[in-house]
Ligand binder design. Structure first.
Ligand code: AMP
Length: 279
């Protein structure tokens, strides 16, 4: 595995891989890698011949009072994990190179970025879309892999990819969970042992609503109220619980197969997101 910090060197490697007839697969991450990330790396490897993984904690997508400063950074462990997955290139762009002081461009994906995370975290998806557009242009992959864990992010990136004609096929990997159901997340490391125990109620509440919807209880207001009640009972503080069409992120009144239940909760100082799809 080659570890590269400079975009010119990255382009050279990708150009020569493509020159020898290989297709390029790409997984963007913010590091502190876990099995969820590694499952996406394996998917990229299955679907392409040359795999690039980036680790970049993108300052643009963090709000002023968010966790940018304390976001976990584990470069050496991450590099070892990626090397053992036979990744070809680990790309570690430098923030000052990504965003020179007079950086002035942003990508705004209207509509899909407005509810859910977009409402609680103003500017978040502008930061995501801008960095993903830059990374797509830097890496120029044939295939890019994202996790369903960040479902709204997938919708934003999908819409941007279509609107701006990026010649990239997007793949979405399923959410990888801990044995008690909690979705793996780099932010789970913030939880105290007690908070970690309580956090299992979050996926449980979503699974229960998913099962209710699967049994025909399709009213979105009731489903979301059920989730909220379960969360409060477990002393989790719901930020939002939305029932939406995952393509457009528009709220629906009646859930149907494929409808997404999307939620964010606060546990102490930590904010976690998760989602499930109605079967
Ligand atoms: P992050 O490092 O949190 O920006 O995530 C990088 C990529 O990994 C994103 O496409 C996420 O959706 C995906 N991801 C994060 N957690 C999981 C998980 N538990 N299962 C599957 N994919 C995940």
């Amino acid at each position: 595995m080659e570890t590269i910090r400079e975009v010119g060197a990255l382009r050279d490697l990708v150009r020569s891989a493509r020159g020898s007839g290989r297709t390029i697969g790409y997984v963007p991450t913010m590091g502190a890698l876990h099995e969820g990330h590694l499952s996406l790396v394996r998917l990229a490897r299955r679907e392409s011949d040359f795999t690039v993984v980036s680790i970049f904690v993108n300052p643009l997508q963090f709000g002023p009072n968010e966790d940018l400063g304390r976001y976990p950074r584990k470069e050496a462990d991450d590099a070892a994990a990626l090397a053992s997955e036979s990744v070809d290139v680990l790309y570690l762009p430098d923030a000052a190179e990504m965003y020179p002081p007079d950086f002035s461009t942003s990508v705004e994906v209207r509509g899909v970025s407005e509810g859910g995370e977009g409402e609680t975290r103003p500017g978040h998806f502008r930061g995501v879309a801008t960095v993903v557009a830059k990374l797509f242009l830097q890496v120029s992959p044939d295939v890019a892999v994202f996790g369903q864990k960040d479902l709204q992010q997938v919708s934003v990136v999908r819409r941007m990819t279509r609107d701006l004609d990026f010649p990239i096929r997007l793949l979405v990997g399923p959410t990888v969970r801990e044995p008690d159901g909690l979705a793996m997340s780099s932010r789970n490391a913030y939880l105290s042992p007690e908070e970690r125990r309580v956090a299992a109620a979050f996926p449980r509440a979503l699974f229960e609503a998913r099962d209710r919807a699967g049994r025909g209880e399709r009213g979105a207001a009731e489903l979301s109220e059920n989730v909220r009640r379960e969360l409060r009972t477990a002393r989790l503080d719901p930020d939002y619980v939305d029932v939406v069409d995952p393509e457009t992120m528009a709220p629906v009144e009646i859930a149907a197969p494929g409808t997404a239940l999307l939620a964010a909760v606060r546990i102490g100082k930590t904010r976690l997101i998760d989602n499930v799809l109605v079967p």
